[in-house]
Design a protein around this ligand. Structure first.
Ligand SMILES: [Zn+2]
Length: 85
């Protein structure tokens, strides 16, 4: 079976049975780390809604977080979260 990341569609090789060419979805290390950080931001926003400004896409996914206390801006990309300050 072919393994692909359900988040970024990255090819993650194959797993048995190798004769089966169907695709099984999993999560790659990059996306796992990005999602972990997203979860931390969601928690921080929930715990301190006055400090953070959350920007979401049309599906409600967190794509940017502004920390109003430090002025830093965190942006989510396909390869992880980046900080602009
Ligand atoms: Zn991925």
């Amino acid at each position: 079976m072919k393994r692909k990341c359900a988040w970024c569609d990255k090819d993650l090789g194959e797993k048995p049975p190798y004769t089966d060419q169907s695709v099984t979805h999993t999560i790659c290390d990059t996306c796992r780390e990005t999602e972990r950080q997203t979860g931390q931001f969601e928690l921080a926003i929930k715990n301190n809604p006055k400090r953070y400004l959350a920007v979401r896409d049309s599906q409600g996914q967190l794509i940017e977080v502004q920390d109003l206390e430090t002025g830093s801006i965190h942006q989510k990309s396909r390869t992880g979260w980046y900080v602009f300050s």
